[in-house]
Design a protein around this ligand. Structure first.
Ligand code: MCN
Length: 821
């Protein structure tokens, strides 16, 4: 029997290559290429008065220096707005090279192409740009004040204003026995993949063709954008994503200015050109995310059941909106998590600031939404004196209520309709995993040792696998090698392995015979890209469907040759054989030979197949009318809606009573991404996500000063967690298959990072006894909060007052307990 492939924790096929230095990343390519470097704006907001490149032109090795005026035709027009939305009434995008005005530090103004990067950088240093500085808008408060404008023609700095409401929130709030309002502050962070952005282009003048490589999350998107900008037929542009050292969202934008300018220069100069982003450039010229101010008002009954949820938030979208308003739309819909909110209203304003633009970063708006909802759940529990998990479970959507339609529109414009999930079962698992019910005793022991510990929890639902489509193509060579291609790209998710597992399982071939290519427009020209945890659902399904087509074709051809019925055949380890009579068989390689009327007998399989030559009917055409030569097949998967994964995390933290240092003692995850293709890869994805979540919860923030300078634009100053800060992650899975796709899969790639800030805040709050309403929270922040709490500026949690009263055991304490209970 063929080993079970689907669902097996198989080690990643790509890793031996990647960990032994065999990977080929963007900068490993094109050693003969010219190098591009950029003069970028040092100001957050300014008019460009003059560019003087006089001192740079003579630098030896400089090949070209370009400003906006040099860019012809469409390349000089604004970059595209990729995802328009009816409420995005004032969408703005920048130019490949700034025209007249710059709107954030780091915006590209001049491109220098030279024989070497260092020559290009030297030349950049000699270019003098005269600016007339304008007052910058930095931070959400300044943006919503609206006294200063980022774009003169955008009143109030409002790119978009959106409101969705289900039910009558005003009346529901008025009728609620209890209401609470939370003000939440979430700071900017960024994807910071190990490899920055990069693009390399070669122009073939004889064929008038462009080939480019980009460290991108969407090679089809880059190809289409570059073809349009350079006014080339699509057929004359190829785009390949080589090995990509992480993306986490930032590489989904297309085209980045450099992705247009480098191919343009390559064609203009008739020489290959390459650009590789450095770390500082990544901080100031790529993209950030997360920055939001949120006001959450909840109305609830005496049992903690939600009657109304009213959310307002202000989203910092930076200087431009190339990726539309996907991030705030996701926050506004996904914050509902596993709960029925009662009447629900969410209103947001997406605001321009003179800072780096915002695009989705792993989790994409969900960590902020989860923070809002989970902080509210903890606040309700505290207000009523009910266990935090109990309040959650009372508000859960139940499995019997699936599919559950919230009556809202999701990010893809389709109904926000959960397809599957068993939230009570997940909660039971996470409570068991973290030992929720035993924590009180653990706390007593810790306190006896002078330690301060807290327990936190957070739940989320994540729309994954959004459309519109992906495709899969499978071709079996005469040697039996199985070539699989899908158009979306890989940045480290292990696609080479999981897609091979699907094909091995569906076709009955050995894993080592399956070879997967992603992100190469030569192999698959129709594709969308890797984001929104969609590859497993979308390409996984398409590849499975394609494999089923190929399998059917293989059985048909083999049945004909072996003179049996296709139903009597099975495929085991690459051999088609008669069930119960395995000696009557032929390899898939042989079937591949038979599938092609032009039979070259160059390899063993082809030679072996000649014995079947006589089985052809001389009256039949070599290729039947409704058939194609070759043992290959292609299919596409295009679902009507997203599928919704979910999870619950819990953590135990310790806060140092003196230094306010925060340590995560335990971190537990229960995760439901439907049927798992590869549990080991899913766990790896969850672990990576949690690590990034820990960064967002405790360390990562973009420190802009008032003039719009990013003060921590390096890994010396921007803190990402090291392995020493990420705890061992204890994981348990629940598999509630999605009914929406052929494999029952839901996405997993972002899940890990979504609830981490909410969980850590919940645990710190539990340890400290006063509310936490910001992410990230550093020891400095905690220190300051302790000071404010001691000064009476921040109230204690009710549960802290209650337990203090209990501990004191006085009459007053008993009274206090009774009043607060
Ligand atoms: N998987 C599985 N079974 C499931 C679901 C997923 O075995 N039921 C596997 C998949 O086959 C895939 C991995 O888990 O190998 C992630 O799958 P999926 O959830 O479909 O996510 P994508 O492959 O679409 O990856 C995108 C997602 C996103 S949106 C970000 S951001 C992110 C992430 O994945 N960026 C990453 N994980 C990353 N991991 C790495 N190493 N680098 C990045 O840039």
């Amino acid at each position: 029997m063929t080993t079970q492939m689907f669902g097996a924790p198989i080690r990643r096929k790509e890793d031996p290559r990647l960990v032994s230095g065999g990977g080929r990343y963007l900068d490993d390519l094109g050693h003969d290429a010219l190098a591009a470097a950029f003069v970028r704006s040092p100001h957050a907001h300014a008019r460009i008065v003059e560019v003087d490149a006089g001192d740079a032109v003579d630098v030896e090795g400089v090949v070209g220096i370009y400003v906006h005026e040099d860019l012809p035709g469409r390349i000089g027009e604004p970059l595209p707005l990729l995802i328009p939305h009816p409420t995005l009434t004032h969408g703005r995008t920048g130019y490949a090279l700034a025209r007249d005005e710059v709107n954030h530090v780091g915006e590209p103004v001049v491109m220098v192409v030279a024989t070497d990067r260092y020559v290009a950088e030297d030349a950049c240093q000699r270019i003098r740009v005269t600016y007339e500085q304008l007052p910058p808008v930095v931070g959400i408060d300044a943006a919503r004040e609206g006294a200063l404008l980022v774009h003169d023609d955008v009143p109030g700095n409002i790119a978009a204003h959106m409101l969705q409401e289900v039910g009558d929130v005003e009346s529901a709030l008025a009728a609620s026995p209890h209401t609470l309002t939370l003000e939440l502050d979430i700071e900017r962070s960024a994807c910071t993949p190990m490899e920055g952005r990069g693009v390399y282009a070669r122009w073939d003048d004889e064929r008038r063709e462009l080939r480019l490589w980009s460290s991108t999350q969407t090679s089809t998107g880059v190809r289409a954008a570059v073809a349009a900008k350079l006014d080339l037929p699509l057929a004359k542009v190829e785009c390949i994503a080589p090995d990509v050292g992480g993306g986490f969202g930032v590489k989904i934008v297309h085209p980045w200015p450099e992705e247009v300018l480098v191919p343009w220069a390559a064609r203009l100069l008739g020489r290959p050109v390459k650009f590789t982003e450095d770390r500082r450039e990544h901080f100031i010229s790529a993209a950030h995310e997360r920055g939001q101010l949120q006001t959450v008002t909840v109305g609830f009954d005496d049992d903690g059941r939600l009657l109304a949820l009213d959310v307002k938030f202000w989203h910092d979208n930076g200087a431009y909106t190339p990726y539309g308003i996907i991030v705030p739309i996701i926050t506004s819909t996904q914050l509902l998590g596993p709960y029925k909110p009662g009447a629900y209203r969410c209103e947001f304003w997406s605001l321009y600031t003179n800072t780096v633009l915002v695009t989705p970063y792993r989790g994409a708006g969900r960590p902020q939404g989860c923070f809002a909802m989970e902080r509210a759940m903890d606040a309700i529990a505290d207000e009523l004196g009910i266990d935090r998990t109990e309040v959650r479970s009372r508000n859960f959507i139940l499995p019997s209520q699936m599919p559950y339609d919230h009556g809202l529109l999701f990010q893809d414009g389709r109904p926000l309709k959960y397809d599957s999930g068993d939230f009570p079962a997940s909660l039971a698992k996470i409570k068991a995993l973290v030992g929720w019910d035993d924590f009180a005793a653990y706390r007593v022991e810790a306190e006896a040792e002078g330690r301060r510990v807290g327990l936190g929890i957070g739940c989320y639902v994540e729309g994954t696998g959004v459309g519109p489509y992906e495709g899969g193509h499978i071709q079996i060579e005469t040697s039996g090698r199985v070539n699989v291609s899908t158009g979306l790209t890989s940045q480290g998710q292990g696609h080479e392995t999981v897609f091979a597992q699907i094909v091995a399982e569906e076709l009955g071939v050995r894993l080592e015979d399956v070879h997967v290519t992603t992100g190469d427009t030569r192999k698959m020209a129709y594709a969308v890209g890797t984001f929104a945890s969609r590859a497993a659902v979308m390409s996984g399904s398409a590849i499975a469907l394609a494999a089923r087509n190929v399998r059917a074709k293989a059985l048909r051809i083999a049945a004909d040759a072996l003179e049996v019925s296709p139903q009597d055949l099975e495929i085991v380890e690459g051999t088609v054989r008669v069930k119960g009579a395995p000696a009557t068989s032929m390899s898939l390689g042989t079937v591949s030979v038979l599938s092609n009327p032009l039979r070259y007998a160059f390899d063993e399989a082809a030679q072996a197949a000649t014995q079947f030559a006589g089985t052809f009917d001389p009256d039949k055409p070599p290729v039947a009318e409704d058939d194609e030569p070759g043992l290959e097949g292609r299919d596409f998967y295009s679902p009507t809606q997203a599928t919704f994964a979910n999870g619950m995390h819990a953590a135990i933290v310790e806060t140092d009573p003196v230094t306010a240092e925060i340590r995560i003692l335990r971190y537990c995850v229960v995760h439901d991404c439907g049927t798992m293709i590869n549990p080991m890869i899913v766990e790896g994805q969850v672990h990576g996500g949690v690590a990034q979540g820990v960064g967002g919860a405790l360390y990562e923030r973009m420190a802009y000063d008032e003039s719009g300078q990013l003060l921590n634009a390096s890994f010396m100053d921007f803190l990402v967690p090291y392995a020493s800060e990420v705890p061992t992650i204890e994981t348990d899975h629940l598999e509630t298959p999605s009914p929406l796709n052929p494999l029952g899969i839901k996405g997993a790639g972002e899940a890990g990072c979504i609830p981490v800030s909410a969980v850590i805040a919940s645990a710190i709050e539990d340890a400290e006894g006063f509310p936490i309403s910001r992410m990230p929270i550093s020891p400095n922040d905690l220190w300051e909060l302790r000071r404010q709490h001691a000064a009476g500026e921040i109230p204690s949690l009710h549960r802290a007052t209650r337990s203090a009263a209990r501990d004191a055991g006085t009459t007053e304490a008993t009274e206090a307990k009774e009043t607060t209970a």
